[in-house]
Structures are given as structure tokens and as C-alpha cells.
Write a protein that binds this ligand. Structure first.
Ligand SMILES: CNCC(=O)c1nnc(C(C)(C)C)o1
Length: 313
């Protein structure tokens, strides 16, 4: 990984009457622009996200998506859809006077990267994606209803605890009721449990640091509420839309590197493989000793190598 440098520019952009986005620019002012699309949705960015990119080669743009991180209003679900975020990416590009840029995203960030590229293929130099996620019902069911639960039974027990037995047949919907409860303690208890489920299953070897993140109420509230909002609405997309042949046709000319953890239980390998079948030109690697997180050693190494290689484009 490259060093955790400081941004040379930070700012806020009003993208609607309600939403104000935090953004930052670091690295080489004259470098090749790359935009980092964070996960969740609702996860927000962190200084570590700058370390995938050579700061001598790249002008590194990070921003917190609607309701996430330092963007305001925190955890807001109003005017918060995939297509609002795609428009925001274009607003940030225009605000920073960038013509084209490299696009980098993992998990939900890979979803948003594909949605953005399919909407604006002429603005994308390359795509570097990790932990492919397209919000199909089968993907959501595997992680939130019946799948990953068989591999992490003790964490699953904590995840289902806030939900009455009678409501457990549709966990995403049941959590939606609690995450939007009028009672703040109910909301926070559900947000902590929802977030901890993902943090406890994101690595091959569970990370105490990740788990601690889920116990921070502000972060957990935004992460859980926004994720659940998108999932109840199936990403505001048709089922499998991002993998449709006519959508892939718009982007198949773009160089694309996909890094997928073999043991990713959050966004299992089957979706990365479906992307490869739909788009044979993508350069796909299954990391044999990695789970979901971008910070798995084998995954982060290949992500840095991918961006080093794309820096010549
Ligand atoms: C189902 N959500 C997967 C996702 O986008 C994601 N997984 N971990 C993250 C953070 C690194 C932002 C916590 O995001």
C-alpha cells in the first residue's frame, strides 16, 4: 500500500436542496484522476482509501456519498438512490474540471462503479473492482437470509436477536421496520446488530478493528439505514440490470480488472463469475486466501498492482 497522505484540497458540494457532499483531492495535482467509490452503501471513506494509489501518478478523489461519512444530512434516506449518486459523481467530476477518470470501487462501490460506467462510458478510463455486488435478490438472500448464516452461526445468532421470530422470514424487511422506528434506542440497537453482522464476516480472519467500527453509533446508523434502504428497494434497478448484455455492451471496451476473494461471504464469488461470463474481456482474479474486505493482504496487493498498471493509460 502507498502512504496515508493528506489531501491538498477538501471541500463540500451542494448537490441538491437537501444533500451536501464532502470531497477531498490528494496526490499529484497534475496526475491521472481516479475516483474512489466507497462501499455500503453508507460506509463512507477513510484516509486508508487513498493508499491504493501511487500519489506521484494519481490525482486521488474521494467523496462521501449521500448521507454517508462527513456528507450531510447524516443517514438521510430522502433523495438517496443509485441514480442520484450517479448524477452526483458527474457533478463532482464537472466541479473538479475533470474530463475522464479511472474508477475504483469494491462491494457496493463496485455496484456504483458499474452503474456509473454504464451511464457515462465516455467518462471512464478504466475500472478496478473488488467484491462484485449487483444487488440481485439471490445475493441479498445469501448474506441476509440464508447462506452466510451457515458459516458464521454465532455471529448470525447476534444478527437475528433484535428481530421477533415471527418476522424472521424476511430479515431485510424486518430490519427496515426497526431501522426506521420512532424509538431511537430501537434504531441504534438494530443498526449496531446489522453492522456487526457485516463486520464480523468481512475477513477470512475476523478483525477486532472492524467489529469496533460497528459499535460506533453514528457510523453504524448511517451504514445500516442506508444499506437497508437500498436493499429494500433492490438498488433501484431491474433484477440483474448491471449484467444485462445491452448494458455490458456499453462498457466492454473499457479496461476492467476484477479482484474477488474466494471466501467472500458478503459478496460471494458467483457474482464476479457472472460478470466475467457477461463480459469475457474483464481480467478476473480469485484471491485464494481472502474474504470480502479490500484490506485482505492478497486483495490489497493485487488492487495496488492493478492501479499501478492502469496509471499508464
Ligand atoms: C453489502 N454491503 C457490502 C459493502 O458495500 C461493504 N462491505 N463493507 C463495506 C465497508 C468497507 C464500507 C464497511 O462496504
Amino acid at each position: 500500500m502507498y502512504p496515508e497522505i493528506e489531501p491538498f484540497e477538501t471541500g463540500r458540494l451542494q448537490v441538491s436542496d437537501l444533500h451536501n457532499l464532502y470531497y477531498e483531492v490528494s496526490g499529484n495535482k497534475s496526475g491521472k484522476p481516479v475516483v474512489f467509490l466507497h462501499g455500503g452503501p453508507g460506509g463512507g471513506t477513510s484516509p486508508k482509501d487513498r493508499t491504493f494509489f501511487n500519489p506521484e501518478k494519481y490525482k486521488i478523489i474521494l467523496f462521501d456519498q449521500r448521507g454517508s461519512g462527513q456528507s450531510t444530512p447524516s443517514a438521510s434516506l430522502e433523495e438517496n438512490t443509485t441514480w442520484d449518486l450517479v448524477k452526483d459523481i458527474e457533478k463532482i467530476r464537472e466541479h473538479l474540471k475533470i474530463d475522464k477518470w479511472h474508477v475504483f470501487g469494491g462491494s457496493w462501490g463496485s455496484t456504483l462503479s458499474l452503474a456509473y460506467a454504464e451511464a457515462h462510458p465516455d467518462r471512464v478510463i478504466s475500472l478496478t473492482l473488488r467484491g462484485i455486488f449487483t444487488l440481485r435478490k439471490s445475493e441479498l438472500d445469501f448474506f441476509y437470509q440464508n447462506g452466510a448464516s451457515h458459516l458464521f452461526p454465532e455471529a448470525w445468532e447476534e444478527y437475528i436477536a433484535p428481530i421477533p421470530e415471527a418476522e424472521r422470514r424476511d430479515m431485510v424487511l424486518a430490519y427496515h421496520a426497526q431501522l426506521n422506528s420512532a424509538d431511537e434506542e430501537t434504531r441504534l440497537k438494530a443498526a449496531r446488530a446489522w453492522s456487526k453482522w457485516e463486520m464480523a464476516t468481512s475477513r477470512l480472519f475476523v478483525s477486532a478493528e472492524d467489529i469496533k467500527k460497528a459499535e460506533a453509533d453514528d457510523w453504524a446508523n448511517a451504514f445500516a439505514r442506508i444499506e437497508n434502504h437500498y436493499f429494500v428497494n433492490e438498488g433501484f434497478m431491474r433484477q440483474g440490470q448491471l449484467l444485462d448484455p445491452q448494458e455490458i455492451e456499453k462498457i466492454r471496451h473499457i479496461p476492467c480488472r476484477v479482484i474477488q476473494g474466494r471466501y467472500d461471504v458478503v459478496c460471494p464469488a458467483t457474482t464476479a463469475y457472472a460478470l466475467k461470463k457477461a463480459w469475457p474481456e474483464v481480467d478476473l482474479t480469485f484471491v485464494p486466501d481472502a474474504g470480502h474486505s479490500a484490506r485482505e493482504p492478497g486483495t490489497s496487493k493485487l488492487l495496488v498492482e492493478a492501479m499501478d498498471k492502469f496509471s499508464d493509460l
